[in-house]
Design a protein around this ligand. Structure first.
Ligand SMILES: Cc1cc2nc3c(=O)[nH]c(=O)nc-3n(C[C@H](O)[C@H](O)[C@H](O)COP(=O)(O)OP(=O)(O)OC[C@H]3O[C@@H](n4cnc5c(N)ncnc54)[C@H](O)[C@@H]3O)c2cc1C
Length: 368
């Protein structure tokens, strides 16, 4: 059996590894448009149980990645300079590049080398493969080659993904205001010496601030000024840090013929719930399992994959949409007092009700 995987992000790398390990007779080819060791963004955060979903079935990968992660248990919400700590909510984080390198190393142990700097085009002849996997992200090219019933809805907020040399102690959400409007930064440490720093604002603030006329360096300088109190003298660092509107990608069909969508190509989950990477890897686990169980019957495997996975993905996507909706209106929420604001923030995705919060964040609930 011959499989082509487009994209060497978390979904593509992990699927290739699992399939090669579980179905050694399969030929697995992975192509990636970027150069080796080049990627966008900085770190990614994993909420709650982090990589626990890997531990039982794939202790090798779990053991390879976990020691490279930064971990902490609190969230700090800072409203106009006033911090409120929400205790007891665990996270771990890792640099995106580091994470991809570790996944690639795992894949190499299974005998597969990624073909870098190879862009799959829409016109590519894909008929010689038994299975073509679109793991090529939110702007998937493979997805455009068949009718998956794709919708892409851009959120109205603008965001840009930076890093900084300041290693923050917890996952921090900073909300500030200046003459142009209101800004939010999501920031957390992803290595002992670096943090991720994603900042966003609404479209009207973006226009008033004049970002349209600024290049990346000017945007960075503006961000350093707006978030000076959080950065405490540290600089921001850019890496393809252009302004974007987060695209909410959905697909009515996950497979057409011999093509299947996984990861962000299949659906995106807003970055504020820290689940996109885990979802991408869980897709890989579910697809590898379906392929193994269907014994070379690809259509049966693809149907089983979608039937098993759609309800789980649906729940997470609903939580991500609710969280994204909260951020789309964060200027309005900023009218609350700091503690009420933190309550509103922590309940935004509908996954944490007051009862659960009382259990996991007793200090915050008690007002300590
Ligand atoms: C600002 C921001 C912050 C985020 N923070 C987090 C976070 O904290 N935690 C989290 O879990 N998730 C986070 N995410 C989401 C996370 O990055 C994605 O969900 C995850 O990377 C999806 O993995 P993937 O493998 O499906 O796609 P990607 O990681 O996008 O990988 C797709 C790969 O395909 C390649 N490719 C694309 N087109 C082609 C082509 N035509 N030919 C060959 N190769 C191609 C790309 O170069 C890329 O390497 C964040 C996203 C954003 C935008």
């Amino acid at each position: 059996m011959k499989m082509l995987i487009a994209g060497a992000g978390p979904a593509g790398l992990y699927l290739a590894y699992l399939v090669k390990r579980q179905l050694p007779g399969w030929q697995v080819r992975v192509v990636e448009q970027n150069a080796r060791d080049s990627t966008f963004g900085f770190g990614v955060v994993f909420s709650e149980r982090a990589l626990e979903f890997l531990r039982a079935d794939d202790p090798q990968t779990y053991d390879a990645i976990t020691p490279a992660m930064e971990t902490w248990t609190d969230i700090t919400v800072v409203l106009r300079g006033t911090p409120v700590v929400i205790d007891g909510i665990g996270f771990s984080a890792i640099g995106r590049l580091k994470f991809l390198q570790l996944l690639r190393k795992q894949l190499e142990t299974a005998g597969v080398a990624v073909e870098y700097e190879k862009i799959l085009k829409e016109a590519e002849d894909l008929n010689s493969y038994d299975l073509v996997v679109a793991a090529d992200g939110a702007n998937s090219t493979i997805r455009k080659t068949a009718d998956f019933g794709t919708t892409i809805t851009p959120l109205t907020n603008k965001f840009a993904w930076f890093g900084t040399s300041k290693p923050f102690g917890t996952l921090t959400q900073t909300f500030v205001q200046n003459e142009a409007g209101t800004f939010n930064a999501h920031h957390y440490r992803h290595s002992p010496s670096m943090s991720t720093f994603v900042f966003e604002c609404d479209a009207a603030t973006w226009a008033r601030a004049g970002f349209e006329r600024m290049d990346e360096a000017q945007t960075l300088a503006y961000g350093e000024k707006v978030f000076a109190e959080a950065l405490q003298g540290h600089r921001l660092v850019s890496n393809k840090s252009i302004w974007r509107n987060f695209p909410q990608v959905r697909n009515a069909r996950w497979s057409v013929g011999n093509k299947v969508l996984i990861g962000d190509a299949q659906r995106t989950a807003h970055f504020s719930i820290g689940s996109g990477t885990r979802l991408a890897m869980e897709d890989a686990i579910a697809l590898a399992k379906a392929l193994r169980e269907a014994r070379d019957d690809v259509p049966a495997a693809l149907a089983a994959f979608e039937a098993a996975r759609r309800p789980i993905v649906g729940k997470l996507v609903a939580a991500a949409d609710a969280s994204a909706g909260w951020y789309e209106n964060f200027a309005e929420h900023m009218k609350l007092a700091p503690r009420e604001f933190a309550w509103s923030y922590i309940q935004r995705s509908g996954r944490i009700d007051p009862e659960k919060l009382r259990r996991i964040a007793p200090k915050f609930v008690a007002g300590d």
